[in-house]
Design a protein around this ligand. Structure first.
Ligand code: FMN
Length: 149
Protein backbone atom coordinates (compact mmCIF):
# COMPACT_ATOMS: atom_id res chain seq x y z
CA UNK A 1 0.00 0.00 0.00
CA UNK A 2 1.20 3.51 -0.79
CA UNK A 3 1.52 6.64 1.28
CA UNK A 4 0.04 9.70 -0.39
CA UNK A 5 0.46 13.18 1.06
CA UNK A 6 -1.74 15.93 -0.30
CA UNK A 7 0.18 19.21 -0.52
CA UNK A 8 -2.56 21.79 -0.59
CA UNK A 9 -2.37 25.33 -1.89
CA UNK A 10 -5.59 27.12 -1.11
CA UNK A 11 -6.95 30.61 -0.51
CA UNK A 12 -10.67 30.02 0.05
CA UNK A 13 -10.64 26.37 1.14
CA UNK A 14 -11.91 24.64 -2.04
CA UNK A 15 -8.65 22.77 -2.59
CA UNK A 16 -8.47 21.81 1.07
CA UNK A 17 -11.92 20.25 1.23
CA UNK A 18 -11.32 18.49 -2.07
CA UNK A 19 -8.02 17.05 -0.82
CA UNK A 20 -9.67 15.87 2.39
CA UNK A 21 -12.37 13.99 0.48
CA UNK A 22 -9.80 12.39 -1.82
CA UNK A 23 -7.58 11.43 1.13
CA UNK A 24 -10.54 9.79 2.84
CA UNK A 25 -11.23 7.80 -0.31
CA UNK A 26 -7.60 6.63 -0.48
CA UNK A 27 -7.67 5.58 3.17
CA UNK A 28 -10.84 3.62 2.45
CA UNK A 29 -8.88 1.78 -0.23
CA UNK A 30 -6.20 0.82 2.28
CA UNK A 31 -3.62 3.50 1.49
CA UNK A 32 -2.06 5.82 4.00
CA UNK A 33 -3.01 9.41 3.27
CA UNK A 34 -2.64 12.79 4.94
CA UNK A 35 -3.51 16.35 3.98
CA UNK A 36 -0.92 19.06 4.61
CA UNK A 37 -1.71 22.76 4.31
CA UNK A 38 1.55 23.86 5.86
CA UNK A 39 4.84 22.19 4.97
CA UNK A 40 8.43 22.82 4.02
CA UNK A 41 10.64 21.07 1.50
CA UNK A 42 12.99 19.98 4.28
CA UNK A 43 10.14 18.28 6.16
CA UNK A 44 8.79 16.60 3.05
CA UNK A 45 12.20 15.27 2.09
CA UNK A 46 12.37 13.32 5.34
CA UNK A 47 9.88 10.89 3.83
CA UNK A 48 11.37 9.73 0.52
CA UNK A 49 8.65 7.12 -0.08
CA UNK A 50 5.60 9.37 0.10
CA UNK A 51 3.81 10.16 -3.15
CA UNK A 52 3.10 13.90 -3.32
CA UNK A 53 -0.32 14.83 -4.61
CA UNK A 54 -0.20 18.57 -5.24
CA UNK A 55 -3.66 20.03 -4.93
CA UNK A 56 -3.60 23.75 -5.57
CA UNK A 57 -5.72 26.61 -6.77
CA UNK A 58 -4.37 29.63 -8.65
CA UNK A 59 -4.87 33.09 -7.23
CA UNK A 60 -4.22 36.75 -8.07
CA UNK A 61 -3.13 36.89 -11.69
CA UNK A 62 -1.72 33.40 -12.06
CA UNK A 63 -0.07 33.21 -8.65
CA UNK A 64 0.50 30.41 -6.19
CA UNK A 65 -1.47 30.56 -2.93
CA UNK A 66 0.67 31.87 -0.06
CA UNK A 67 0.76 28.55 1.78
CA UNK A 68 2.29 26.58 -1.13
CA UNK A 69 4.52 29.34 -2.51
CA UNK A 70 7.41 28.56 -0.10
CA UNK A 71 7.58 24.99 -1.45
CA UNK A 72 7.84 26.29 -5.02
CA UNK A 73 10.49 28.80 -4.01
CA UNK A 74 12.54 26.15 -2.17
CA UNK A 75 12.36 23.79 -5.15
CA UNK A 76 13.52 26.61 -7.41
CA UNK A 77 16.32 27.82 -5.12
CA UNK A 78 17.65 24.47 -3.91
CA UNK A 79 16.91 22.57 -7.12
CA UNK A 80 17.10 19.11 -5.50
CA UNK A 81 16.95 16.46 -8.20
CA UNK A 82 14.42 13.84 -7.10
CA UNK A 83 14.25 11.00 -9.64
CA UNK A 84 12.71 8.67 -7.05
CA UNK A 85 9.87 10.99 -6.07
CA UNK A 86 6.43 10.19 -7.49
CA UNK A 87 3.76 12.85 -7.66
CA UNK A 88 0.42 13.86 -9.10
CA UNK A 89 -1.24 17.24 -9.65
CA UNK A 90 -4.79 18.47 -9.22
CA UNK A 91 -4.98 22.10 -10.37
CA UNK A 92 -8.03 24.22 -9.61
CA UNK A 93 -8.66 27.41 -11.51
CA UNK A 94 -11.06 29.43 -13.55
CA UNK A 95 -10.73 29.51 -17.33
CA UNK A 96 -11.98 33.09 -17.49
CA UNK A 97 -8.42 33.98 -16.42
CA UNK A 98 -5.63 33.91 -19.02
CA UNK A 99 -3.53 32.30 -16.32
CA UNK A 100 -5.90 29.32 -16.02
CA UNK A 101 -4.58 26.89 -13.38
CA UNK A 102 -1.05 28.27 -13.72
CA UNK A 103 -0.06 27.43 -10.13
CA UNK A 104 -0.59 23.70 -10.72
CA UNK A 105 1.16 23.90 -14.09
CA UNK A 106 4.13 25.75 -12.54
CA UNK A 107 4.58 23.12 -9.84
CA UNK A 108 4.25 20.34 -12.40
CA UNK A 109 6.90 21.92 -14.63
CA UNK A 110 9.22 22.43 -11.68
CA UNK A 111 8.89 18.82 -10.55
CA UNK A 112 9.47 17.62 -14.12
CA UNK A 113 12.66 19.68 -14.23
CA UNK A 114 13.71 18.02 -10.99
CA UNK A 115 13.17 14.62 -12.66
CA UNK A 116 10.33 13.58 -10.35
CA UNK A 117 7.93 11.04 -11.90
CA UNK A 118 4.40 12.20 -12.46
CA UNK A 119 1.72 9.57 -12.05
CA UNK A 120 -1.03 10.09 -14.61
CA UNK A 121 -2.03 13.36 -16.22
CA UNK A 122 -2.57 16.65 -14.45
CA UNK A 123 -6.22 17.08 -13.47
CA UNK A 124 -7.43 20.59 -14.36
CA UNK A 125 -10.62 21.61 -12.60
CA UNK A 126 -12.31 24.67 -14.07
CA UNK A 127 -14.67 26.63 -11.80
CA UNK A 128 -16.46 27.79 -14.99
CA UNK A 129 -17.34 24.21 -15.86
CA UNK A 130 -18.21 22.58 -12.56
CA UNK A 131 -19.79 23.53 -9.28
CA UNK A 132 -18.71 20.19 -7.85
CA UNK A 133 -14.89 20.09 -7.79
CA UNK A 134 -14.89 17.36 -5.13
CA UNK A 135 -16.99 15.10 -7.35
CA UNK A 136 -14.67 15.71 -10.34
CA UNK A 137 -11.61 14.98 -8.20
CA UNK A 138 -13.12 11.83 -6.72
CA UNK A 139 -13.96 10.46 -10.19
CA UNK A 140 -10.37 11.19 -11.25
CA UNK A 141 -8.73 9.66 -8.19
CA UNK A 142 -10.70 6.45 -8.62
CA UNK A 143 -8.79 6.00 -11.90
CA UNK A 144 -5.51 7.56 -10.71
CA UNK A 145 -5.25 5.02 -7.88
CA UNK A 146 -4.08 2.32 -10.34
CA UNK A 147 -0.73 4.15 -10.51
CA UNK A 148 -0.16 3.36 -6.84
CA UNK A 149 -0.09 -0.40 -7.28
C1 FMN B 1 -9.19 36.86 -6.47
C2 FMN B 1 -9.15 35.60 -7.29
C3 FMN B 1 -8.14 35.44 -8.22
C4 FMN B 1 -8.09 34.28 -9.01
N1 FMN B 1 -7.10 34.14 -9.96
C5 FMN B 1 -7.08 33.06 -10.75
C6 FMN B 1 -6.10 32.91 -11.78
O1 FMN B 1 -5.24 33.76 -11.99
N2 FMN B 1 -6.13 31.78 -12.54
C7 FMN B 1 -7.07 30.81 -12.37
O2 FMN B 1 -7.05 29.82 -13.09
N3 FMN B 1 -8.02 30.91 -11.39
C8 FMN B 1 -8.05 32.01 -10.59
N4 FMN B 1 -9.00 32.11 -9.60
C9 FMN B 1 -9.96 31.01 -9.42
C10 FMN B 1 -9.58 30.10 -8.25
O3 FMN B 1 -8.38 29.38 -8.53
C11 FMN B 1 -10.74 29.11 -8.02
O4 FMN B 1 -11.86 29.84 -7.58
C12 FMN B 1 -10.41 28.02 -7.04
O5 FMN B 1 -11.49 27.11 -6.97
C13 FMN B 1 -10.16 28.55 -5.63
O6 FMN B 1 -9.74 27.46 -4.83
P1 FMN B 1 -9.26 27.67 -3.30
O7 FMN B 1 -10.50 27.93 -2.49
O8 FMN B 1 -8.64 26.37 -2.92
O9 FMN B 1 -8.30 28.79 -3.27
C14 FMN B 1 -9.07 33.26 -8.83
C15 FMN B 1 -10.08 33.45 -7.88
C16 FMN B 1 -10.14 34.59 -7.12
C17 FMN B 1 -11.26 34.77 -6.13
Amino acid sequence: MAKVVFLVGSVYGNSTSMAEECAEFLRGQGHESEVFSSFSLAELQQDPEAVWLICTSTTGQGELPDNIYPLYQSLKDEFPLMPDRKYGVIALGDSSYDSFADAGRMLDEMLQELQAKRLGEVLLIDACETADPEGVALDWIKEWIIHLS
